[in-house]
Design a protein around this ligand. Structure first.
Ligand code: ATP
Ligand code: MG
Length: 187
């Protein structure tokens, strides 16, 4: 399983649809200050279901949508597509390529999530990635200062990081879902 392609359409500063093709194992994104390098990392987090505005450097959820510039009007829709090569079927789906999409229209409170163009719930994406020991919360995207944070983390936070890396997270999510079902049944 590896990241093949990332397509940003109307996401933050990416007003034109922009495709990054990752066909080499090592990729660096270089550019002048403020040119949008970190926005690419933000897009990766966003499409994987990140809910923390702070982590994605936003005040409001619509800050994910291009807000206009001196020469271009603001847009009404942001979309990020993450193309994953799944020929080893580490993502537990019967597809060799899996495209995860997150889309937000201005005025909508909720974002839409899709897997291979089929609407899904956020929970489905989180579980799919957790089953592959991958997720938006931990080592999937290592941001500036994160290594220091992990080294300085308190034991519960550090445990959370390793839970995701070792695959325990999948079972914690399933356990929580089962507990919720039991509570609803009891009610
Ligand atoms: P640095 O080199 O300083 O780390 P960078 O290349 O990482 O910079 P980013 O932080 O990714 O740059 O991009 C910042 C730019 O993105 C700013 O110019 C900001 O105005 C623009 N930007 C962020 N959100 C939006 C938005 N919703 N609409 C339009 N532009 C946006
Ligand atoms: Mg940056």
């Amino acid at each position: 399983m590896y990241l093949q392609k990332l397509v940003l359409t109307g996401f933050k500063s990416f007003v034109e649809s922009t495709t990054f093709v990752f066909d080499a194992p090592f990729v660096a994104i270089v550019g002048p200050n403020g040119s949008g390098k970190t926005n690419v990392a933000d897009a990766m987090r966003w499409v994987m279901g990140e809910q923390s505005h702070k982590l994605m450097r936003m005040k409001h959820h619509t800050d994910a949508i291009f807000s206009g510039s001196t020469s271009k009007a603001r847009l009404g829709l942001a979309q990020v597509d993450l193309h994953i090569n799944n020929s080893d079927h580490r993502l537990q789906l019967d597809y060799d390529e899996v495209v995860i999409t997150r889309r937000l229209a201005r005025g909508d409170n909720e974002t839409e999530y899709l897997i291979n163009k089929q609407p899904v719930r956020l929970q489905d994406i989180i579980l799919l990635l957790a089953q592959a020991n991958f997720g938006q919360k931990s080592y999937g995207v290592i941001g500036q200062g994160m290594i220091t944070d992990i080294l300085n983390a308190n034991p519960p936070d550090r445990k959370n990081f390793f839970d995701e890396a070792t695959g325990v997270k999948e079972f914690q999510i399933k356990r929580d879902q089962a507990i919720n079902k039991l509570i609803r049944t009891e009610d």
